[in-house]
Design a protein. Structure first.
Length: 402
């Protein structure tokens, strides 16, 4: 049984596949199959599509599916609850959050979460930025109505996938606060909605994440290829020490911001070929993932960029001798609300990153934020603290500055 099936089964309330199949009128095989996968899908996406019968009301649907009338109204803004046409398909959110914070994040789960959030909260917009060399999607979800644009990114490195969970959980909480008029991080949903439109790219490196989280078939060609690259670096644990994409390029060393210097540093450290980490690529922006993120950034022209990494509980705020007006003050505010330290980037890590390129090209505040403590990949037991520590940063970043 794969991890997503186990998650869906747990959410369904059935103890095993046989009981689920029996309870849903399916052939009882105890095996995963197409019918069972389709029946389990609502428990991943967090909603059901229900065809209205005579006499159905949102109140009745809410009681049947363990949700609220408000949630159904939010998901179906075009329907009048007082006049529901029989035969119309209604999207019914289920009574649990879409984003799980207690299982490893994978590329498929990330896509499911984005789809589920956008369905429950149709004011959210999604976009496919690219597909990787191995066919996995790299997506963004946009939330808010403010003219000011900010860009939050995560999982630039494969074994830092916990940062993808951070942005996805924030996206769902933000959408809910906007929809319900609730609060988040001490601000109302309305304040955050009007303050900015936030574009979130939760998973910059979906191929590498799938390797680290065990989503790749250990007998498959992708796994074998990555293992062959790792063979040149036996001192790096495989696959948990993997940071790069599956082509063996470190995506956060592939931007044209001191790339030649980064190449000299990493080559001097022995990272002269594709592998698990620290290979800068054959040229800047020569990877689909970095090209797509650069294109999005240029198109958005954002006021602020956050690049989430792990670990160290530190915020890096500058690039070389470029000191953006207001960037240190905002960084100090981020440090205050998170408890993280605000520091200048160490020299050996100070070039060719996404944040570096943004500061160089746009002369606006950009931050690399290293969450949590320990050895990557960080255990999910740290997630509640990571989320709590960073909620202030994520919300304050959406508000007009100065």
């Amino acid at each position: 049984m794969n991890d997503l099936t186990a998650l869906a089964l747990r959410r369904s309330g059935y103890p095993n596949l046989e009981r689920f199949q029996a309870g849903n009128g399916l052939p009882v095989t105890g095996q995963e199959n197409e019918q069972t996968t389709r029946a389990l899908e609502p428990y991943l996406l967090g909603y059901r599509s229900v065809q209205l019968k005579p006499g159905d009301t949102f109140w009745d649907l809410a009681g049947t599916y363990g949700t609220t009338v408000q949630a159904i109204e939010t998901a179906n803004p075009a329907l009048n609850p007082q006049r529901l046409p029989v035969g119309t398909t209604v999207l019914v959110p289920l009574g649990f959050p879409v984003v799980p914070t207690d299982v490893p994040m994978t590329s498929r789960l990330c896509s499911v979460c984005i789809r589920g959030i956008a369905a429950r909260y149709p004011f959210c917009r999604t976009e496919r930025l690219t597909t990787t060399a191995f066919g996995r999607p790299m997506d963004t979800i946009a939330i808010g109505s403010g003219a000011r644009r900010v860009l939050y990114t995560a999982a630039h490195h494969a074994n830092e996938w916990i940062t993808a969970t951070l942005l996805l959980a924030f996206a769902e909480e933000l959408a809910k606060a906007i929809a319900t008029g609730g609060t988040l991080g001490g601000f109302t949903g309305g304040e955050l909605d009007r303050g900015a439109t936030v574009y979130l790219v939760p998973m910059v490196d979906p191929d590498g994440v799938d390797l680290v989280t065990g989503a790749l078939d250990p007998e498959g060609e992708e796994y074998a290829y990555a293992k062959s690259l790792a063979g040149y670096f036996p001192e790096i644990p495989f696959p948990l020490g993997w940071k790069a994409n599956l082509l063996g390029t470190d995506l956060n060393l592939n931007y044209p911001a001191g790339w030649d210097t980064a190449r000299e540093i990493k080559f001097s450290q022995g990272y002269t070929r594709p592998g698990p980490r620290d290979f800068v690529g054959d040229a800047p922006l020569n990877q689909r993932e970095t090209q797509a993120l650069a294109r999005l950034t240029r198109r958005l022209n954002p006021a602020l960029v956050l690049a989430y990494h792990s670990q160290g509980q530190v915020i890096y705020w500058q690039f070389q001798d470029i000191y953006v007006p207001g960037a240190r003050d905002l960084g100090e505010r981020f440090a205050q609300v998170s408890g993280y330290s605000l520091e200048e980037t160490p020299y050996n890590s100070a070039f060719a990153g996404f944040k570096d390129w943004f500061i160089q090209e746009f002369r606006r505040p950009g931050y690399t934020i290293e969450v949590g403590e320990g050895i990557n990949p960080l255990p999910l037991q740290q997630f509640p603290k990571i989320y709590s520590d960073n909620l202030g940063i994520l919300t304050i970043g959406m508000l007009p500055q100065g």
